[in-house]
Design a protein around this ligand. Structure first.
Ligand code: SF4
Length: 505
């Protein structure tokens, strides 16, 4: 990205460094291309993948439409199974609930299975402020935590690191978090995995409190489901005495039968596996088996506001497979950090500005972090039309308008820095409402077309630096239609061929 397109102040700034970092771009290109190719082969194996995709979309849409009913059913089921349900309207409330629950156990450390919801609310930092240490146990999350870094991918949070960098992080940092890395640690995957295994085992055996997210929650039974590849998550979910799960309210499905669809589409879309290596399900508590205390914190944090938007709500269908990231040409070059959120890539570009609103510079710029090529929509296993939502959010950023915030209707002001876009749209709106003016303008543009500049001046300069300006035809469609009686007579001035059938030209 070489310039600043009208309306893209923050994302390009954040992405600027990334696109000039050759190591980062190399790491990302290698990883995303490998995963995307494998995913395509895994999906092609299923003759009914399109049907599964449609089924996933419909299950999610149905659930979102009746979310109030299913959430109440879920609470009843979890409670009946021996768990306790807490409702958190926002990040602060969720963090406070979790910190109080941990403190009530008398513990000052917890182990965590990878959870995007807890990253979204900044739980680790909130716990640290309360004197509670939270240890990530997913391998990639461990790398991010030891490296004092931020995740940059939904599935592979340390995708921006190569093996040499990981070896250096382990050798340098493990000792100050627990068991140090073995002397002379090399950068082979086997040695790195073994170092992580030894480091984490100590934590698993000591921890009395585990914190997790969930991929799905089943309303009819109160069951939570976590899919992961390493087995570390299962240790977190089964070994501690107390388990606290923080889950976004949109992760609910009505029945066990619905899982059948997602347990086929999610592994193939995310890790290109036919079946997930570790799928853990738990329902409340069971005497003599697993945690003796279970708490479920249901997190809203902008989700019901998103649900109120009839176009944008489809983002809540997301099952966090990361397929859209791996095919996105913008993500591949800019990396995940540029999105300024735990949700990077195409899904982040539509989810973050809805969960957080578009008031900040970064959130107002995210709907522009896309080429609108549509590759994300093609691979999405729940058919989220990401380009449609991006355009919808761009309109919100430029025009403002009515949105739901904190459950109330509010009128948004247009974001700063979009004056040129607004003026252009206003001019277009004015002309389209006046056919005579539009016709005169089209004729004028046709007659002066040889004088048109090849590049736009001013705020449009960056846009036309990497694009060809469309050529204005010698005759407008309206004039051509009138002259040829809809293509039945006369000749096109451009082609010189018969006008017959030319309406499609
Ligand atoms: S938007 Fe679709 S493709 Fe992207 S992470 Fe979510 S489910 Fe996967």
């Amino acid at each position: 990205m070489s310039g600043t397109f009208v309306g893209m102040p923050a994302f390009p700034k954040a992405a600027h460094e990334a696109v000039h970092d050759d190591t980062l771009r190399g790491n990302l290109r290698h990883a995303t291309h490998t995963i995307r190719d494998k995913r395509a082969r895994a999906v092609d194996e299923l003759a009914d993948f399109a049907l599964l995709r449609e089924a996933g979309k419909q299950i999610k849409d149905h659930t979102l439409r009746h979310l109030d009913r299913y959430l109440v059913q879920l609470e009843e089921s979890v409670t009946a199974a021996g768990g306790t349900v807490h409702w958190a309207a926002d990040a602060d409330e969720a963090n406070r609930i979790v910190a109080d629950l941990v403190k009530a156990t008398g513990q000052s450390e917890v182990v965590k299975v990878k959870s995007m919801a807890t990253q979204e609310i900044g739980l680790n930092e909130a716990l640290e402020a309360e004197g509670i240490a939270a240890y990530e146990t997913d391998l990639a999350e461990l790398i991010v935590q030891l490296g004092h870094d931020r995740p940059s991918h939904i599935l592979v949070p340390a995708i921006h690191r190569n093996r040499g960098e990981i070896r250096d992080i382990f050798a340098r940092e493990m000792g100050s978090w627990g068991r140090p890395a073995p002397d002379g640690l090399a950068d082979s995957p086997a040695e790195l995995a073994e170092a992580a295994r030894l480091h984490l085992r100590e934590k698993f055996l000591r921890a009395k409190v585990g914190i997790s997210g969930a991929n799905f929650m089943v309303a009819e039974t109160g069951t939570l489901v976590v899919l992961e590849s390493e087995g570390n998550g299962r240790m977190c979910l089964t070994l501690p005495e107390t388990l606290i799960s923080v889950v976004g309210i949109e992760k609910i499905v009505p029945t066990w039968r619905d899982l059948e669809v997602f347990l086929q589409t999610l592994p193939r879309s995310s890790t290109a596996e036919r079946m997930n290596p570790y799928t853990t399900t738990w329902t409340g508590t069971t005497d003599g088996d697993g945690p003796t205390t279970f708490h479920l914190v249901l997190l809203d944090n902008g989700r019901t506001d998103t649900l109120a938007d009839t176009v944008g709500r489809q983002a809540l269908r997301c099952i966090r497979c990361s397929a859209c990231l791996n095919v996105c040409p913008v993500y591949e070059r800019a990396g995940g950090h540029a999105y300024g959120s735990v949700y990077p890539g195409p899904i982040g570009a539509i989810l973050s500005p809805q969960l957080r609103g578009t008031a900040s510079e970064i959130d107002a710029s995210l709907p522009y972090a896309s080429s609108l090529c549509g590759a994300c929509y093609d691979v999405c296993p729940v058919a989220i039309d990401i380009p449609e939502v991006l355009v919808h959010l761009r309109e919100r950023v430029v025009q403002g308008g009515e949105v739901t915030s904190g459950g109330a209707k509010v009128r948004l002001k247009p974001a700063k820095g979009h004056a040129a876009e607004r003026a252009a749209m206003r001019a277009a709106g004015w002309a389209f409402a006046r056919p005579a003016a539009l016709r005169a303008g089209q004729r004028f543009a046709s007659r002066t077309r040889r004088l048109h500049p090849r590049k736009l001046p001013g705020p449009g300069k960056a846009w036309s630096a990497s694009r060809e300006l469309p050529k204005v035809p010698a005759e407008s469609f309206r004039d051509w239609w009138q002259r040829t009686n809809g293509g039945t007579t006369g000749k096109s001035p451009n082609s010189g061929t018969s006008g017959k059938g030319g309406a499609a030209k």
